[in-house]
Design a protein. Sequence first.
Length: 273
Amino acid sequence: AAYVANDSPVATATSTGTAVATAEGLADGYYFIKTTTGSLVTVDTTNPNASVIDKNTVPELDKTITGASDITDAGKKALAELGTDVEYTVPITVGKGSINLAFHDKMQTGLTFKGNDSVTVTAEPAISIENWYTIKATPDTGDDLTITFADGIANGTVITVTYLATINEEALTKLENDAYLTYGEDHHTTHKKTETYNGEISVIKYDGAKDAETVKYLGGAGFKLKNADSKYYHLNGTTVEWVDTEAEGDEHASSATDGKVPAFIGLANGTYT
C-alpha cells in the first residue's frame, strides 16, 4: 500500500453491488486494490485471473425537515418564518465493515445552528458499544456539526440524528442545508440537501395605467401587513413578530421614483392582507 500510494491506478472498475466489476487486459503481476468502502486487498498474482469479494458496503443517509410551517416534496423543502426554528432529521444506515464513520452538516448563511445541545442521537437496534458516538465540541473545518461514530457498529443499524437551526436576519429566499457521511479511508457519500424558504410580499403603487410609457408611480403611500389572525407585521431585528394593533405594525411607504414599497420579508406560508 505504501509503495503504490502515490501512483495513478492502472485500472478502475465499478460494481453496482450485484454486477461484477471487472478490470481486463492486465499484465501478469502483483496488484494492490483499494475500494470506496475502505477495503484494502493485495492480490498475489493475475496469472491467469484473480477474483476479489469486497464484503464491505457503503453507509447511507437521508435528510428531511421535520419542523416548519409548511413542508413539501417528502420533507426536502419547507417554508419557515424569519426568527423561527427548523428541525432536521437524518437517518443513517450503517454499512458492513464500517470504520471511521462520521456525520457532517454545513449550514448556509441565513441558518444559525442552535448548537450541540439541540442535537439528539438514537439508534435502532440499541448499540452496546460504550461511547459509540461523539459530538465534536469543535466541528471539522467547514462544518457546523460533526459527529463521529465508533467502529464495529452492526451492519444495518439505523442511527437517527435530529438538530435545530434558526432562520436568521441574513436569510435568503432559498436556504440550503448540506449533510454527508465520511467513512473508511476518507471516502464520502453523496451529499443530501434540504431547502428552506421564507417568503416576501412586495407592492408597487402606481396610477392605474398599464402602459409603461405613461404609467405614473405614486410615492408616499403607506402599507401595513396583516396575517390570518388579524395581527400586524413587525420586524424586530432578526425575528418577525405579529403585534395586536395596527399602530404597532411596521409601515412601508412607496417610493416616488418607481412606486416600490420595501418588501415585507421573512414570511411563513399563510394568508395575508
